[in-house]
Design a protein around this ligand. Structure first.
Ligand code: FMN
Length: 206
């Protein structure tokens, strides 16, 4: 697939087929992640891959604590509203299933420093910024393989708890969970908020 096709076709998918992604495809996708730019030249990133149901259950056990209060609030405000509200209405109840039902869960860890949690400037966040370049490469490579990804940002202590369960060193943080798999034929396609470059470019001055 051409790069621009992958960019335009990439979507977050939350409904997957019950079908395993082959090991060599997974490896190509992780290798694509590892080509991302890195703030410290060191590519201090590690990936925990989960495919057994028992391992997935252990890692996902903390999700409900974050989702339950979110769901209660959302139930009250999400009726038939904006595209953003419709996205949340589809996404929130699937926070567990969109990872559990994916062929693989990829947990991308980055080596952190004291600055990330208590930033004094934007550059303190460089380790976090770098891992997001990795994550986008993974999304695009998955799209190029005719696969798709779900993603969830851990809430509260969720990420630290997952890190403990999978045995990550204390100086490595989890920015998100990624579910990787074959999109279901009847996957929900959420309407997008889209802009063109012309609407967003400011030449010379904002
Ligand atoms: C920083 C960030 C955090 C996100 N957090 C979540 C999340 O916790 N759960 C989820 O289901 N989707 C999450 N998403 C996915 C967005 O909902 C999705 O990207 C957005 O609706 C646009 O849809 P698209 O990616 O298909 O274009 C997140 C995306 C980003 C970039």
């Amino acid at each position: 697939m051409e790069l621009y096709d992958a960019i335009y076709n990439r979507r977050i998918v939350r409904d997957f087929k019950d079908k395993k992604v082959p090991d060599e495809v997974l490896e190509r996708i992780i290798n694509a992640g590892l080509q991302a730019p890195t703030h410290d030249h060191l590519r201090n990133w590690e990936f925990v891959i989960l495919q057994e149901n028992g391992d997935k259950e252990k890692a996902l056990q903390f999700i409900s604590n974050g989702v339950k209060p979110q769901l209660e609030i959302l139930k009250q405000i999400l009726v038939n509203g904006t595209a953003q509200q419709r996205m949340y209405a589809d996404a929130m109840p699937k926070q567990y299933s969109m990872l559990y039902n994916a062929s693989h869960i990829i947990l991308p860890f980055f080596k952190t420093n004291s600055g990330v949690m208590h930033p004094s400037s934007v550059s303190s966040l460089n380790p976090l910024s770098s891992i997001w370049c990795v994550i986008e490469n993974i999304f695009l490579a998955a799209t190029a393989e005719n696969l798709a990804c779900s993603m969830r940002i851990p809430v509260g202590d969720e990420g630290l708890n997952v890190a403990k369960v999978v045995g990550a060193p204390e100086d490595y943080l989890l920015p998100c969970y990624i579910g990787l798999g074959y999109p279901a034929d009847d996957k929900v396609v959420v309407e997008q908020v889209r802009y063109t470059a012309k609407q967003k470019m400011h030449f010379g001055k904002w």
